[in-house]
Design a protein around this ligand. Sequence first.
Ligand code: SF4
Length: 331
Amino acid sequence: MSGDTDNRRECDFCAHRCRIPPGGKGLCGVRYHVPVAGTQSGERSGEIVTTVYGEIQAAAVDPIEKKPLYHFLPGSTAFSVALGGCNFRCRFCQNDHIAFADRLGPPRAHWEPPDLLAAWKRSRSPTIAFTYTEPGVWQDYVIDCARLARPEGARIVMISNGFLTPRAVERLLPLVDGFNIDLKGDEQFYRTLCRATDAPVIDTIRRVAPHRHLEVTTMLMERFHDSALLGRLEEELHHAGVQVWHLSRFHPAGSMLGERATSETFLQDALRSLRRGIPYLYAGNSRFYENQQTMCPQCDTVCITRGSVAEDHTLRGACPRCGHLLYGVFS
Ligand code: SF4
């Protein structure tokens, strides 16, 4: 964060880089510039603070596959937590009641990082997932929890829209073991439906891919995603070194309840149209079982099956037939 002459301070959590006046909030509605005058004791005057810090809007134990993370401790669970807030305003948001700051209800609990650590231990999950809303806008909480929980053996994953600054990525990389980042579409898609842009998301993907476990998700909408666009996204992800890409079906949500759900045929055609620049391609929100299995890219043996539960048949990530080491975190 940096200051300037009119007493505004810039928030460097995300690529909006809001310049927030004293007493004001950023676009996400959860980052607040504490004014110097009238500061109550204990508040950090002149700083930008996260108003929802520790205010838990959702907490649940989910299969890790639901994040979706298919190559990160397959078959395990993730203790999944959300504070309120998001830096996008997606018209199709399924979690707008906890993502949009102006719609937030009272939190379910207040958990300082030691409380979250205790709750994670009770969950008996190997992983803590920061998810459901946009953890980038409350990354100070992610960082504080990760600093406490990783030495206790927790794996940390973040499910994010990827609209981060390079500085934020630098802060998060040493403390987050795995990411799922949405690449929603092209520039026009982001501008029309999310009030955002695509370039910072692509930049985050490029910065994360060489260093941390990364899976990317694109939700397909029939009116917006054609094969030419998917080809361009595939090219982009291939160049970034992305190994795992989830293409999932859209179901009407948010203010787009009138939009048609994406059909299974559209999803299957989309998968077939790709040139296999990404080794592991999956179908999400789909009844087609075969597009949810992990096959060995070398000998085509089924390595991980995903029905009602996921079963990992690898030998600590190695194909049981040819020994090829699959991309991912397996122990
Ligand atoms: S997190 Fe993003 S949207 Fe929120 S105040 Fe900071 S720069 Fe603005």
